[in-house]
Design a protein around this ligand. Structure first.
Ligand code: FAD
Length: 524
């Protein structure tokens, strides 16, 4: 694995333009980068914070067609996404798995209505179906969803969808890209779009660690900046017009006891017409999400009072009691980049992706879903080939195995260990390198000290937050436990990255400041 300093030196010494330069290291940018590198183009990706620091680590963790879009009769979106779900499951079985969901029916009409809808959902996935949907009695529904309120329950509908670990998938895409010969760097920001005769010829970049500014030339530049895509478009031309509506979604992570068992709950229509999930994830329960239109984008969005109230009210309604503060382990929010349509609410805006080619040749790709990242990458690179007159090479990603691919669990002791796939034996071997590396970081978390070392050596982690939020998922699973384990993580990371005590203290303080925002504070 190349060191960061080597990558920066290599960037400074390039005398040939890159074939493809991608700005943004979320699902969309990583997907486009893997698509380009797998076709054989010399590809560079720059990310101004960490890979998946934005929306791509804050999803509901579903690999799905979207039952909601079925109700909106957006059959093309559902069918395409279901097809992609099948490919993700096949190409990354260590990161994506089949998850059973149950929709509880509290009225006699909802049983056939949702039963029919979910049968159509199953049929639309064709031979990539994950399993049959079934109508359940009220008793079987409660057996599958212990903790669910039983009053007035008529039955339920069981169906299958995919579930994954979003940030780990992003890191696996990063490794796949590197395996294919691509170059990626985090903490490097695009600060200007370089143009010559009105055409985009590269970017000016700033290294967030040293502050150094340098130019990077490319035949084609892709703006995959998610909710920040308009900011990047403004560097291209001031008068680009308004493209995105931003919608925020918040999740609570609750103790697993709220949803004992392995089945997830799906409420297709809350009192105000939203979809709500409660899903088992790495030993806890995720509940979400909301859909609130917000002004502008920020990298660390915070839950709104209205969102917390909505989640608390609905947990109380479906689980029969309001969770106590100490039972809400983490609260996180993400921002959806939705392509605007006048007069349409954000919850009704399409989740399809949009490709825009500016007159300068800058390509902007936005919208879409995590589940459709591969298809977005394919469409983007097809367009990039036309814009930059690159030799036409066919897409290979439909069958491309994602880094760590294995059909064998390699002795994984938990759902967490499975995410390392074929790397797990190498990771486990680290435990024998030094006493203490096998120790858990915290008694409430499944992560070990060896994962910190691994993240720094092989996954480009640069900060305590990179380790605790996206290489492991500590911050998303239990914010207080993540804060308690942070001093030990900072010590290990400082040693691994050869950093000073001063760096350690500052990075720890920076993490604790961010992490505080994930602690639950009551809405009143
Ligand atoms: C609450 C919520 C729940 C969701 N749940 C699901 C789900 O369950 N399943 C599903 O399929 N989809 C889901 N989605 C959608 C999915 O998460 C997004 O479509 C996807 O993550 C968007 O990825 P992205 O790469 O476009 O954006 P991002 O992940 O935000 O990435 C953009 C990146 O660009 C970087 N960047 C910005 N400006 C610059 C610059 N100047 N220089 C360098 N880098 C820059 C940012 O730092 C950021 O990392 C959900 C979305 C939300 C908000």
């Amino acid at each position: 694995m190349a060191m960061r300093t080597d990558i920066l030196r290599q960037l400074g010494q390039q005398d040939q333009p890159w074939d493809v330069l991608v700005i943004g290291g979320g699902a969309t940018g990583l997907g486009a980068a893997v698509e380009a590198a797998s076709r054989g183009y010399r590809t560079l990706l720059v990310e101004r914070f960490d890979f998946a620091k934005g929306t791509s680590s804050r999803s509901t963790k579903l690999v799905h067609g979207g039952v909601r879009y079925l109700e909106q009769l957006n059959l093309t979106l559902v069918t395409d996404a279901l097809r992609e779900r099948g490919h993700m499951l096949r190409n990354a079985p260590h990161l994506v798995h089949d998850q059973q969901f149950v929709v509880p029916a509290y009225s006699i009409f909802s049983l056939p209505y949702y039963g029919f809808g979910l049968k159509v959902y199953e049929l639309l996935s064709g031979r990539l179906s994950l399993g049959r949907s079934e109508i359940l009695s009220a008793r079987s529904t409660l057996e599958k969803l212990p903790g669910l309120i039983g009053d007035g329950l008529r039955g339920g509908i069981l169906y299958h969808d995919g579930q994954f670990d979003d940030a780990r998938y992003a890191i696996a895409l990063l490794r796949t890209f590197q395996d294919l010969g691509g170059t990626a760097i985090n903490y490097v920001e695009a600060v200007r779009i370089l143009q010559s005769n009105g055409k985009t010829i590269g970017i000016q970049a700033r290294d967030g660690e040293s502050g150094a500014v340098f130019d990077l030339q490319a035949k084609v530049v892709i703006n995959a900046c998610g909710v920040f895509a308009e900011e990047t478009l403004s560097m291209d031309r001031a008068d680009h017009g308004s493209l995105l509506a931003v919608s925020q979604g918040t999740h609570f992570v609750l103790l697993r006891s709220f949803l004992a068992g392995t089945t997830a709950l799906m409420i297709p229509k809350t009192a105000d017409g939203r979809v709500l999930f409660a899903i088992p994830w790495h030993g806890a329960t995720i509940v979400g999400t909301t859909d609130e239109s917000v002004d502008g984008a920020s990298i660390e969005p915070r839950a709104l009072v209205s969102e917390k109230k909505f989640l608390l009210d609905h947990i109380t309604r479906y689980f029969g009691r309001r969770p106590r503060t100490e039972e809400i382990l983490s609260v996180w929010s993400g921002l959806r980049p939705l392509v605007k349509k006048s007069g349409v609410k954000t919850s009704q805006l399409s989740r399809d992706h949009t490709l825009l080619v500016s007159p300068s040749g800058l390509i902007t790709v936005t919208g879409g879903k995590w589940t459709t990242y591969r298809r977005m990458g394919q469409d983007t690179i097809d367009r990039a080939c036309e814009v930059a007159s690159l030799p036409k090479l066919p897409s290979r990603t439909l069958e491309l195995k994602i880094h760590g691919w294995t059909m064998d669990s390699n002795g994984a002791a938990s759902e967490w260990e499975r995410v390392y796939g074929s790397d797990l034996p190498m990771l486990s071997a680290l435990s024998s390198e030094e006493n203490g590396l096998n120790a858990l970081l915290h008694p409430r978390l499944p992560f070990r000290a060896r994962e910190v070392v691994w993240s720094a050596r092989f996954e480009m982690a640069r900060t305590v937050e990179d380790v605790l939020a996206r290489r492991t998922r500590a911050l998303f699973l239990d914010a207080r436990a993540a804060m308690e384990s942070a001093p030990a993580v900072a010590t290990l990371l400082a040693r691994e990255l050869n950093r000073s005590e001063g760096w350690r203290a500052k990075d720890l303080a920076d993490f604790l400041k961010v992490a505080k925002g994930y602690l639950f504070e009551g809405p009143e």
